[in-house]
Design a protein around this ligand. Sequence first.
Ligand SMILES: *Cc1c(COP(=O)(O)O)cnc(C)c1O
Length: 419
Amino acid sequence: MDHFQLRDGVLHAEDIPLTRIAEEVGTPVYVYSRATLVRHARVFREALSGVKDPHIAFAVKANPNLAVLKVLSREGYGADVVSGGELVRALEADMAPKDIVFSGVGKTDAELLQGLEADIGQFNIESQEEGRELAAIASRHGKIARCALRVNPDVDARTHEKISTGKAENKFGVPIHRAAEIYATLAALPGLDMRGIAVHIGSQLSSLEPLETAFAKVGDLIAELRAQGQTVTHADLGGGLGVPYKTGEILPSPAEYGAMVARVTKPWDVAQSFEPGRVIAGNAGVLLTRVIRVKRSSNASPFVVVDAAMNDLARPAMYGAWHDIEAVQPSGAKSVSHIVGPICETGDTFAMNREMDTLESGDLAIFRTAGAYGATMASSYNSRGFVAEVLVDGDKFAVVADRLAAAAIMDAETVPDWL
Ligand SMILES: *Cc1c(COP(=O)(O)O)cnc(C)c1O
């Protein structure tokens, strides 16, 4: 459920008509709903009621906007970060250091130190090499790094290949068949407090089966480690739960996910953490756009050229992803169109031959389910500047990220004086 609904013929975000945001802030603009974020955060927590003291760390990369993070930090969420930049954001949003988990295969020495100095809750170590480096840095600075070893369970998450992370050929984690040996090696190093196992097999998962398979393997590993005398007190089960992008699409619910987790992990006797991203933020945001013009050049479907483009919302170009597109003031007429952005690349296509609300020049429209992996992936390709973001809360709204003009980006460039 979300709070982007038609009222008196106009799509609203909570109590705010999207027409008003378009007038006051301009387009394209991402619009987030606080009530939806809060609802999703609570539904996810509630779904884990069968798990003892679950720790929930929002995957910041899904939506790193400070206001969004603040909403979630007020809900008691921590953060899963994958860079020093995300760590700074999580701290800035008042997430407690102990509630921050640092993931990622390429943490630099500087980032490892940054995490140690912030005294974050946990590093998810993705290789033996990284573990050794972290141990050395921690020892040098007289610190102890709380760590989980991220394993690669070699499970096909059956999602888009670019967001699958748990197959043997993917770069993430250590091969699960070598995990016990690597865990023992790292546990013997000074500076590291090896306390558990982490796993995350991919994003936009549409079935619980691969997750269950992966978790079962983690359960076996925990038993094996304990049999070898290792201490295992924590398990981090990652994120990955998918969301419906298409009207009518049915995905496993958080409740079904939580029930599966509770059943599979019951014998583990560990503190569990979770790293949901998309399922919290996805349906809590839309990308609001205006039609620049409608190009009718043949008998085929017209090209509806909107002012949002692949630099603002990359998912369709990058993953062939579907986003529902709706008119903000639908006339009731439906027709078949191609929806494209202005960028000079054919990849800048949001939909081909889509049966949807008829759109005319100047009309406003939204891309639904754009709250996760939307603005965060924006670029300034074609010198288009960075898209703005708005947060709505009931009958008020605020610009929570300014539009960064193309000229401001150009200001960071220099022509050397020898040119
Ligand atoms: C991206 C990511 C997540 C979040 O994935 P979602 O599909 O958005 O829930 C969680 N953990 C790690 C390590 C990630 O890389």
